[in-house]
Design a protein around this ligand. Structure first.
Ligand code: NAG
Ligand code: NAG
Length: 226
């Protein structure tokens, strides 16, 4: 009797590596050649042994499932952290106090001084440039406003939006009929990390602003592509 239990336990521990297949309640279990012979001679002892074996198999089955779920959770957390660290959005206005800007001879970079939002610190207030932190599709919006100072005086509200020093869009409004004018452009662009966006004020163009923030420059990441 003792010898049989011992044999049976050896049989159980050898069979632990077998793949567990779940047939569902009520369905016949598969015959197991490793234990059936022993069980022919002592069915009582082996009933307990088989149960122990089944429990070990179930335990390893649940262990495997748990590990798979842990891996899945780790992946989801990594993806979420990536999305969080990619967040980038800026929105700036020219100034808070009443003044007009112009450039006399050369193109001048417009340095927007009033910061609404600078999530991810992509906009640099001392250079006026937005440096793309992560490659992706960005939405950009630029609005300009100018005041000729007097009716009939020349009005020139004009700037150029640049990507890496190259003009990609321009706003222009020359009109002697009225005194004030405003223009807007909105675009979506694929950009690479490190690209620089800035706004140029060409000679002879004017921007006027005050705390109403008539001149704004904004951009935000729609989705990352790296
Ligand atoms: C299941 O996991 C526990 C804890 O990690 C471990 O102690 C046990 O031996 C594992 N069981 C099987 C059958 O792999
Ligand atoms: C802004 O640009 C200046 C000049 O290139 C640089 O010295 C400074 O570190 C930049 N600031 C930030 C926050 O990157």
């Amino acid at each position: 009797m003792r010898g049989l239990v011992f044999l049976c336990l050896i049989g159980c521990s050898l069979a632990n590596d077998a793949v567990y297949s779940w047939n569902g309640p009520g369905e016949p279990s598969q015959p197991d050649p490793g234990t059936d012979n022993v069980c022919l001679s002592d069915s009582d002892t082996c009933g307990c042994c088989l149960m122990q074996k089944q429990m070990m198999r179930m335990e390893s089955f649940f262990n495997m499932s748990l590990n798979e779920m842990r891996k899945g959770l780790e992946k989801a957390e990594t993806a979420l952290n990536y999305v969080r660290s990619s967040r980038s959005a800026f929105s700036v206005a020219l100034t808070d106090t009443r003044r007009c800007l112009t450039s006399s001879r050369d193109d001048t970079v417009v340095k927007y001084q009033s910061i609404f939002l600078n999530l991810g610190d992509g906009y640099n207030v001392s250079t006026g440039a937005f440096t793309v932190p992560r490659s992706g599709v960005y939405a950009l919006a630029l609005t300009v406003y100018s005041d000729a100072g007097a009716p009939g005086a020349l009005l020139a509200a004009c700037v150029r939006l640049r990507k890496n020093g190259r003009v990609i869009a321009a706003l222009s409004e020359y009109n002697t009929q009225d005194q004030e004018d405003s223009a807007t452009t909105i675009l979506a662009m694929q950009m690479q990390a490190g690209d620089k966006m800035d706004v140029i004020l060409p000679p002879g163009c004017y921007l006027c602003d005050d705390s109403s923030h008539f001149n704004t420059f904004s951009g935000f990441l729609l989705y990352a592509t790296d």
